[in-house]
Design a protein around this ligand. Structure first.
Ligand code: ADP
Ligand code: MG
Length: 149
């Protein structure tokens, strides 16, 4: 689908989170819900996440973790956390060591959203939802959702 402006991408993120909340209520989950976001700088990955976090009920401002790699937010009404990973500055698997990514992915009460997820390498989980972002014009972005179940 194509969004026209950042508000529409945020709104889509909110809807994806609302859908996940419904799913969580209906089925037990074995690991975290993992969303892998790919697309060039400025394609709208962080913008999507701002709406997604709001859809989970998170009210704190979502900062881009570009220098920190991982940020964690408590999910209201749940024991779980939203982990926001941005792997833009990751250049090899050694950069991923010690972040506890495996533990985040194994935690069934949590949600993990990863920008530049293609850099996860062997840590990329089989069960995940991929969301690709493509720049179509100044304010148009093409979003492609591919669930891997
Ligand atoms: P990324 O995290 O992929 O690097 P950001 O979400 O940080 O990208 O930035 C996207 C930029 O593009 C923002 O400045 C935003 O205002 C702008 N933008 C314009 N149109 C859109 C759109 N349809 N969806 C998302 N962002 C858009
Ligand atoms: Mg970003």
């Amino acid at each position: 689908m194509v969004t026209h402006g950042p508000q529409e991408t945020q709104e889509f993120g909110r809807q994806v989170a609302a859908h996940l909340k419904g799913e969580n209520a209906a089925y037990p989950r074995h690991g975290a819900a993992v969303y892998c976001l790919t697309g060039e700088l400025g394609a709208g990955k962080t913008t999507f996440l701002q709406g997604f976090a709001r859809g989970l009920g998170i009210t704190s401002r979502l900062l881009s973790p570009t220098f920190i790699i991982v940020r964690r937010y408590g999910i209201p009404g749940s024991d779980g956390f939203l982990y926001h990973l941005d792997l833009y500055r990751v250049s090899g698997e050694h950069d991923l060591e010690g972040l506890g990514i495996r533990e985040m992915i194994d935690d069934h009460s949590s949600v993990v959203v990863i920008e530049w997820a293609e850099r996860l390498g062997r840590l990329l989980p089989a069960r995940r939802t991929d969301i690709g972002f493509e720049v179509m014009g100044e304010s148009a972005r093409k979003l492609t959702v591919t669930p891997h179940i």
